[in-house]
Design a protein around this ligand. Structure first.
Ligand SMILES: [Zn+2]
Length: 389
């Protein structure tokens, strides 16, 4: 979902047209009834009627002009930072459906002009092959066409066209190569064909994330993006390094860790495909969610599992410690409302290298290999699950 604020001069017919875009596509115009100068570069998306285009004459056949300003993006193509529309008020406008030229109707249908200029404002160019409101010239088409909607959806559909894994804090081993998603798959409109892996994580409390990406073959690039895939942080590695590191303080929210490289080699000493390892260390004063919850019965699982490990009695929860540290583990399950009041049990597992240990009701760790297929419960009474809210 993306939003464009438009400062208008009270044009009720224009407002109907941005609703057409809002209803048919994932893009949402948000109307702000404030007066802003569309000739100034001020961060506002503005609309005005004028005799001229910021001091220059309108062309004889020009009904309106939309001008978008772009800013470079860390990942993908430049993004629109401001879009302004100016309508030539010396032209005669009217409101009507159907053919442009109709007996007894004077002027040009303003609605299709508005649809067209708003299409430019969200980043669409002219369409010359298919039937479209975005055709270079105004026509008998009076509503958005499938090609117009497809164009906007390509830019703003908000879905993620790449596989996403949950980020496991600690070490992750993976590879980037030609079978992976590319930046242009992820961000339509981009021409960047470098492979990219996506890892999702969420925070319910502020935390510092320290990341390192290492590879024997790869020119590593680390980025952190918000839930809208806007990059909010990236490594600032030096020119002769193939490895990458990034430290970022993050507020509560959903984030993506992006592991990336280049689409053509930048440094002779680093390649652009191969295995890599990511070390992710999360430090927070509170416990944070432990990733997506799943249900053994295949039902929807909406409980939230949070947890953390501390070596200083809960001052700081993190996932990397010195070998001699004494550790406390804190776990928290927020049961979803549907299951509050139902029976439950708790399983506590320790994984030590290849060995899996279950904590039994007597408080002893038992080797899972001794009882294959049995999940040993740490707490197995009829205690009802309680909501923690
Ligand atoms: Zn145009």
């Amino acid at each position: 979902m993306a939003a464009l604020a438009v400062a208008s001069l009270g044009m009720r017919h224009l407002s109907r047209r941005w609703n057409d875009w809002n209803d048919a596509t994932s893009f949402n115009f948000i109307v702000r009834k404030e007066t802003e100068d569309p000739c100034g570069y001020d961060g506002f998306n503005s609309v005005d009627f004028s005799d001229d285009y910021c001091g220059s004459a309108f062309g004889e056949n020009t009904l309106a002009i939309a001008v978008a300003s772009y800013q470079s993006a860390i990942l993908g193509e430049p993004t629109i930072s401001e879009a302004n529309i100016i309508v030539d008020q010396t032209k005669q406008f009217n409101i009507f459906d159907g053919n442009l030229v109709q007996f007894g109707i004077q002027g040009v249908d303003f609605r299709r002009v508005a649809l067209h200029e708003l299409g430019h404002a969200i980043g669409l160019g002219h369409e010359t092959s298919n039937k479209a409101i975005m055709a270079p010239s105004i026509s008998n088409l009076d509503r958005l066409q499938p090609d117009d909607i497809a164009g906007a959806e390509k830019l703003y559909d908000g879905s993620i066209n790449c596989a996403v894994a949950d980020l496991a804090f600690g070490l992750t081993s993976n590879a980037l190569n030609s079978t992976d998603c590319t930046v242009s798959d992820l961000l339509p409109g981009s021409r960047d064909t470098s492979p990219i892996d996506l890892y999702r994580f969420s925070l319910t409390n502020p935390a510092t994330l320290r990341l390192g990406m290492t590879s024997s073959t790869l020119d590593s690039v680390l980025l952190i993006a918000d839930e809208n895939l806007q990059v909010i942080g990236f490594d600032n590695k030096s020119i002769n390094e193939c490895d990458s590191s990034l430290t970022q303080l993050l507020q509560p929210g959903l984030y993506y860790l992006l592991a990336n490289t280049f689409d053509s080699p930048v440094k002779s000493e680093c390649g652009i495909s191969g295995d890599y390892q990511i070390n992710a260390i999360l430090s927070s004063g509170w416990v944070n969610p432990l990733g997506t919850s799943t249900s053994l019965s295949g039902d929807a699982a909406n409980a939230v599992f949070s947890g953390g490990i501390t070596s200083d009695k809960g001052v700081n929860f993190t996932n990397q410690f010195s070998p001699d540290a004494s550790l406390d583990i804190v776990g928290r399950i927020d049961v979803d409302p549907q299951h509050v009041g139902q029976e439950g049990f708790i399983v506590i597992v320790a994984v030590v290298d290849q060995q899996i240990l279950f904590l039994n009701e007597a408080g002893e760790f038992v080797d899972a290999a001794a009882n294959p297929g049995v999940i040993t419960r740490a707490s197995n009474n009829n205690a009802l699950l309680q909501s923690r809210n």
